[in-house]
Write a protein that binds this ligand. Structure first.
Ligand SMILES: *Cc1c(COP(=O)(O)O)cnc(C)c1O
Ligand SMILES: [Zn+2]
Length: 500
């Protein structure tokens, strides 16, 4: 719909005009820093940063009900820059001019309600939000759209020239960074560091295909992260890990979409997310708080963060109920099918600690929960989900296992409706499904495949059928008719079909 065709009272708000004044704020010493330079940590005390809009107070001058209408009407606009995360421009990056917005089709991923049988099995009503339907097939595209829009803005206003975008990755960050960097060639190039043999072949193919320089490093993600941090401290590179606060801003779109898709009524909503480096849960909490404080949503949803037993530092931290006694201890990770979350020392841990305290304070009661699940539960629930119409990756399976545990522990009650983050597309992790089906999981995963979840192709070649077609050598006439007949008969027998 064209802008002049919208109701008159909404027209002034339809295109974003709010000019924010954004600064980095240090979570350690609370000092503020200008965004004219790319910063990842506080130059004074080394702590991580978050971005703040100094004019955010002005957003509260517009009633929440009007904001709801603005976003709902923006759905009907055909302006590419407002089709992705910047539908929520005023909340995500008000300093980014729309002409600098990089839009590759990210965001606005579907909420798919689970069918009756799966809801019964888990014991509650829930939806998957399929973030695997983003362009590089994971939620990381949300943050990259924001970070690269900022880089593009700096390139356009002369604040930056040739950029080398660099990141460490458990697979999906590099796929997303390389994709968005490749859109901005030739000014932007990218290099990614991956833990050798700890990303899937599909994930490895992505940055290679986008033309990034790909480095494989011995060790696990936490080791890659240290190398990338050393590079970003000493050399002129742009760090694209979620340490980069622009990433967090873009990922807040996930919360805004849930709010909008549920008509801003989050009375009985619980949002379940897997935790790795903890950028995602940081963004999810931050997003809901911004909408709540502006009166756009009526209530802060419950947040359930899920970790595998094999990579559970955040769960361990919050397991201590007395906040004063909590102490963060990094863990040594073990093999996990939730491989993108196989992180023992999450970079965003200080953000999570800070935001959890604020979230519960604003909510007025405890509304953040942390849950641990086994590798077995992750795989079993993941396969169960996908046998019921979903396209969940193991991290989606981790969320579903977490939901089952949360319901069993009474964290969720019977009114709660859960939204589970399927953070990537199932196809990225096809190898784990294959290991399960072939019963070939290395012992370290501690996964024993369940017979009723195993599936395998059945090769059909009836005895005494000598003539079969081969590529380039088709059968003809009677031979072909005989072949079709025998094969159909054999398959019908295996499927126990009745003749009509
Ligand atoms: C990155 C990633 C995670 C973990 O998210 P964090 O922000 O690192 O906590 C989970 N699942 C997938 C598929 C990912 O790519
Ligand atoms: Zn500081």
């Amino acid at each position: 719909m064209k802008t002049e065709d919208f109701p008159r009272d909404i027209q002034p708000y339809l295109l974003p005009s709010h000019e924010g004044e954004m600064t980095y704020r240090c979570l350690g010493c609370e000092k503020q820093f200008s965004i004219e330079k790319l910063l990842y940590v506080c130059p004074d005390c080394g702590q991580v940063l978050l971005l703040e809009d100094q004019n955010a107070q002005r957003l509260k001058d517009i009633p929440g009900r009007i904001w709801q209408q603005i976003f709902d009407y923006r759905r009907m606009l055909n302006i590419p820059a407002l089709k992705g995360i910047y539908r929520y421009h005023e909340f995500i990056g008000p300093v980014i001019p729309l002409k600098a917005a990089v839009y590759l089709g990210e965001g606005h991923t579907p909420l798919v309600e689970a069918n009756f049988s799966l809801q019964q099995k888990v014991g509650g009503r829930f939806f998957f939000k399929n973030d695997g339907q983003n362009p590089s097939a994971s939620f990381k595209d949300r943050g990259m759209a924001s970070a690269f829009s900022y880089i593009n803005f700096m390139l356009q206003n002369g604040g930056l020239s040739d950029v080398l975008a660099i990141c460490a990755s458990t697979g999906d960050t590099s796929a997303a960074a390389a994709l968005y960097a490749s859109y901005l060639v030739p000014q932007v190039k990218s290099a990614v560091l991956l833990p050798h043999k700890k990303v899937t072949p599909q994930q490895l193919s992505q940055p290679l295909g986008s033309g990034a320089a790909v480095f494989e490093i011995p060790g696990v993600f936490d080791d890659c992260m240290k190398v990338v941090e050393a590079l970003s401290e000493k050399y002129n590179v742009a760090l694209l890990n979620s340490k980069n606060a622009w990433r967090i801003l873009g990922q807040e779109s996930y919360s805004y979409e849930i709010a909008q898709d549920l008509d801003y009524d989050l009375t009985h909503t619980a949002v379940v997310v897997p935790i790795g480096n903890a950028g995602n849960i940081t963004a999810v909490m931050s997003g809901f708080m911004k909408f709540y404080e502006t009166g756009i949503i009526n209530r802060l949803p419950k947040i359930v963060g899920v970790q595998s037993e094999h990579a559970n530092p955040v769960y361990r931290y919050f397991r201590q109920p007395d906040a004063a006694k909590r102490r963060f201890v990094p863990v040594t990770v073990k093999d996990s099918v939730a491989q993108a979350a196989m992180i023992g020392n999450p970079v965003s841990m200080p953000r999570v600690i800070h935001l959890v305290e604020r979230y519960n304070r604003i909510a007025g009661d405890e509304r953040t929960f942390f849950i641990e699940v086994s590798e077995q539960e992750i795989m079993d629930w993941d396969l169960a989900a996908n046998r019921n119409g979903h396209i969940a990756c193991p991290h989606g399976g981790e969320c579903l296992a977490g939901l089952a545990t949360a319901i069993a522990q009474g964290v969720l009650d019977s009114h709660d409706v859960a939204v589970l983050d399927s953070t990537a597309h199932v196809l990225k992790f096809a190898g784990f499904q294959e290991m399960y089906f072939r019963q070939q999981f290395p012992a370290g995963y501690r996964i024993v495949p369940k017979p009723d979840l195993i599936n395998a192709p059945i090769y059909v070649h009836p005895e005494n059928l000598d003539k079969v077609p081969t590529p380039g050598r088709p059968l003809g006439g009677k031979d072909f008719a005989h072949f079709v007949n025998r094969m159909a008969g054999e398959i019908a027998r295996k499927l126990d079909l009745k003749t009509v």
